[in-house]
Design a binder for this molecule. Structure first.
Ligand code: AN0
Ligand code: CP
Length: 318
């Protein structure tokens, strides 16, 4: 595997989930595969789970890892080609990326959507430069429009907890005070569309996601109706994708918050969220603390999803 950005990169998803279960049974089974290999984890944005789970996954495979926080200690990077660099940016990303590639074997990149230019975000301008200029396999640790390590961990979690052959999975928009990227819902939709589930998306008007990710998924604007009979409720805020309101907060309607009444409409559903989550905006204290909340096992599976990806990248080296 040379790049990891979407469900398709995993090939047969069932096989990938089975590989994840095998790794989960014995996460040290391949502890020499990564011997003398180094993962460089580059963060342009904050992280708790991705930062820790990726290092842990690398360690389980016998790899070393180097974490680079671009905004804390590295030179300020220019990302536009052709600019006269007479401002506050000291180094160009076109030198920085190949230099980073010199010191490692695999690179993970976190670079959120900037909401300044939709085309820059939706062409994955930063991530694709890493793919093009680093000379290394590159995986997204949430880039502008995808978060495939999260979505794979979500799928593993659903496969672990499901009690029906084809569970109903409802992804619901929920309110948040700040503009958040579409990466998590995009990748979740990408994976659910490939998985054996009944997938429904619910959001207020104006919050339609890019159809390259939602594809044929059912969209129901009435949240109560969407939640009926759900086996899994996957809550997430995202800012609008639509051109005229791209990346703006146009709705903070707290009637969309997932609370006990909303959960009572479901078939005793499990509650999921990628975290970090703002309580009593996205989800009530009662729901996230309830015994049907699986946000912690979901986060734990981030180690496993990353380990499958690193393992496959290591296997493709040399
Ligand atoms: C980010 C987002 O919504 O994309 C990261 C989630 C994994 N969330 C925040 O910035 C709060
Ligand atoms: N879910 C997730 O990616 O969390 P972090 O932003 O803390 O890495």
């Amino acid at each position: 595997m040379r790049t990891y950005t979407c469900a398709k990169d995993l090939g047969d998803l069932k096989a990938a989930v089975n590989e994840a279960f095998e790794i989960k049974k014995n996460r040290f089974a391949h502890k020499t595969l990564g011997e003398n290999k180094t993962a460089l984890l580059v963060f342009f944005n904050s992280s708790l789970r991705t930062r820790l789970s990726s290092q842990k996954a690398a360690m389980n495979l016998g790899m070393n890892s180097i974490v680079l926080d671009i905004n804390h200690g590295a030179w300020k990077l220019e990302t536009e080609r052709g600019v006269v660099m007479d401002g506050d940016k000291t180094e160009h990303i076109l030198e920085a990326i190949p230099v980073m590639g010199c010191y490692c074997d695999i690179i993970g990149v976190r670079s959120f959507a900037q909401f300044e230019n939709k085309e820059d975000d939706y062409t994955e301008k930063i991530l694709n430069q890493f793919i093009k200029y680093s000379g290394r396999p590159v995986f997204s640790m949430e880039s502008a429009i995808v978060h495939p390590l999260q979505a794979f961990a979500d799928l593993i979690t659903i496969e672990e907890y499901k009690t029906k052959a084809r569970p109903k999975v409802v992804m619901t928009w929920a309110p948040h005070p700040k503009a958040l990227p579409q990466a998590v819902p995009n990748s979740f939709a990408d994976f659910m569309n490939e998985a054996d589930v009944e997938f429904v998306i619910t959001h207020p008007e104006g919050y339609e996601l890019d159809t390259q990710f939602t594809r044929g998924a059912k969209i129901e604007h009435n949240q109560d109706k969407a939640l009926e009979g759900a086996d899994f409720v996957y809550a997430k805020n995202w800012a609008p994708f639509r051109d005229d309101i791209y990346g703006r907060v146009v709705n903070t309607d707290r009637s969309w918050t997932v609370d006990s009444r909303k959960m009572s409409l479901t078939d005793n559903a499990y509650f999921m969220h990628c975290l970090p989550v703002r309580r009593n905006m996205i989800v009530s204290d009662e729901v996230i603390e309830s015994e049907r909340s699986i946000v912690i096992p979901e986060a734990a599976n981030r180690e496993i999803s990353c380990q499958v990806v690193l393992k496959r990248m290591l296997e493709s080296l040399s």
